[in-house]
Design a protein around this ligand. Structure first.
Ligand code: NAD
Ligand code: WQD
Length: 340
C-alpha cells in the first residue's frame, strides 16, 4: 500500500514509517514541522535505505491537502498530525480545536474526493475520562475528556463515526494509545519535545543526560501499591506495529469504524519507571516528591484483548526495553534532532 502518513515527522510517525517500509509498503510524509524537525527525514532515509517523499504543508489547509491527494494516488492514510500537549490545550483551546479538528476534516474530505478508503486515526486513552472502570475497554460509553486536547480526540472519533458510514467503502480504525515511550533501537529516531517536557519519560531522560536537575514526582499519596500513579507504558515500536496490524486488518472489518486499545494491559508506577531508567543508565537519578499534578488519574491501563483477537497484535516489549531504548536515543542525541 502507498500510505500518507500525516504528522510523520513527529515522535510516533517516524517509527511507524520504518515499520511500514519494512513490511513492503510505501510511505509519504505530510507534516508542517510545527512540532518536529526536517532532519528526521535524513535519519529515516539512511535507516531504511529508501527515498521517502515529504510535503511540508499545514493539513488544516483544505486546498493544499487536496492537492497532495490529487498528485499522488494513496491507498491509505495514517493520521498522526495534531497538537498534543494537555496543559497547552487549556491555555490555547481554540488553536487545539482548530488544528486537531480541521486537519481531520480536510483529510477526510480529500479521501472522499480521491476514493481513499482506509484510515487509521491516532486516538488516546484519554477518551475514557475519569469515570470508566479499569481496565479500560473499548465497549465503554460515553467517552469524555477533562481538557481541550482530550476533547479533540473524543470529537474526532465522533466525526469519524458519523462520517464513515456515509462514504462508500470507508474503513476507519480508531487506535487508542496508552502511554507511548521508548525509541527506535538504533538510537537514531526518538522523542524530541520542545522546551520543558510535560511527560514522564522525556523528563527522566533529560535528567539522566544532565539537561534537568531532578525529576519531580507528582504525588506519592495515591491509593496505589507505592503511592505513585500507574500507567500503561507501551514501547513506540510495539505501537508502530499496531498501526501496521490495523492497516492490514481494515479490509476485513465488518463495520465502518472500530476502536482498538493499544496498550500492554499492565499498570506501572512512576517509581518503577524511574528504577527501570536508572537500571538502563547504571546510576541513581535525583528526584523529589512534589504535590499531585491537577487532572492526573491514579490509574490508567488497557484491556488489550480486542487488538489481540481481531488485529493479531500484542505488545511484547518490557519497561526495561523501553527505558534502555529511550536512554540510547537521549545519550546519543542529548539535544534531540539536529536543527533544520
Ligand atoms: P508529535 O507532536 O511528535 O507529532 C505530531 C506531528 O504532527 C508533528 O510533527 C507536527 O509537526 C505535525 N502537525 C501538527 N499539526 C499539523 C498540521 N496542521 N499539519 C501538518 N502537520 C501537523 O506527536 P506524537 O507523540 O507523534 O503523536 C502523534 C499522534 O498521536 C497525535 O495525534 C497525538 O495526539 C496522538 N497521541 C500521542 C500520545 C503520546 O503520548 N505521544 C498518546 C496518545 C495519542
Ligand atoms: C505519567 C505519570 C504523572 C511528569 C499524557 C496525556 C495523555 C497521553 C499521554 C496523549 C503521571 C507522572 C509526569 C513528571 C511525574 N497523551 N509524572 N513527573 O499524564 O499519563 O498522559 O500523555 O494522548 O492524554 O495526558 O502521561 O507522562 O505526563 O505522566 O511524576 O515530570 O508520570 O503525574 O502519574 P499521562 P505523563
Amino acid at each position: 500500500m502507498r500510505v500518507l502518513v500525516s504528522g510523520g515527522a513527529g515522535y510516533i510517525g517516524p517509527h511507524t514509517v520504518l515499520a511500514l517500509l519494512a513490511a513492503g509498503h510505501e510511505a509519504v510524509i505530510v507534516d508542517d514541522l510545527s512540532n518536529s524537525k526536517a532532519s528526521v527525514l535524513n535519519r529515516l532515509e539512511s535507516l531504511s535505505g529508501q527515498h521517502i517523499p515529504m510535503h511540508s504543508i499545514d493539513l488544516t489547509d483544505r486546498d493544499k491537502t487536496d492537492q497532495i491527494f490529487a498528485e499522488t494516488a494513496f491507498d491509505a492514510v495514517i493520521h498522526f498530525a495534531g497538537f498534543k500537549a494537555v496543559g497547552e490545550s487549556v491555555e490555547k483551546p481554540l488553536e487545539y480545536y482548530e488544528n486537531n479538528l480541521d486537519s481531520t476534516l480536510s483529510i477526510v474530505r480529500a479521501m472522499r474526493r480521491h476514493d481513499v478508503t482506509k484510515l487509521v486515526f491516532s486516538s488516546s486513552a484519554t477518551v475514557y475520562g475519569p469515570r470508566a472502570p479499569l481496565p479500560y475497554s473499548e465497549e465503554w460509553w460515553p467517552l469524555e475528556a477533562t481538557n481541550p486536547y482530550g476533547w479533540t480526540k473524543v470529537m474526532n472519533e465522533q466525526v469519524l463515526r458519523d462520517v464513515a458510514p456515509t462514504i462508500p467503502g470507508l474503513k476507519v480504525a480508531l487506535l487508542r494509545y496508552f502511554n507511548p515511550i521508548g525509541s527506535h533501537p538504533s538510537g537514531q529516531i526518538g522523542e524530541d519535545p520542545n522546551g520543558i517536557p510535560n511527560n514522564l519519560l522525556p523528563f527522566i531522560a533529560q535528567v539522566a543526560v544532565g539537561r534537568r536537575e531532578k525529576l519531580m514526582i507528582f504525588g506519592d499519596d495515591y491509593d496505589t501499591p507505592d503511592g505513585t500513579c500507574l500507567r500503561d507504558y507501551i514501547h513506540v515500536e510495539d505501537l508502530a506495529l499496531g498501526h501496521l496490524a490495523a492497516l492490514e486488518h481494515l479490509d476485513s472489518m465488518k463495520e465502518p469504524v472500530r476502536a482498538f486499545n493499544l496498550g500492554t494491559g499492565q499498570g506501572v508506577s512512576v517509581f518503577e519507571v524511574l528504577r527501570a531508567f536508572e537500571k538502563a543508565v547504571g546510576r541513581a537519578l535525583p528526584y523529589e516528591v512534589a504535590p499531585r499534578r491537577a487532572g492526573d488519574l491514579a490509574e490508567s491501563y488497557a484491556d488489550p484483548t480486542r487488538a489481540e483477537q481481531e488485529l493479531g497484535w500484542k505488545a511484547t516489549k518490557s519497561i526495561d526495553d523501553m527505558c534502555a531504548d529511550a536512554w540510547r536515543w537521549q545519550r546519543e542525541n542529548p539535544m534531540g534532532y539536529p536543527a533544520g
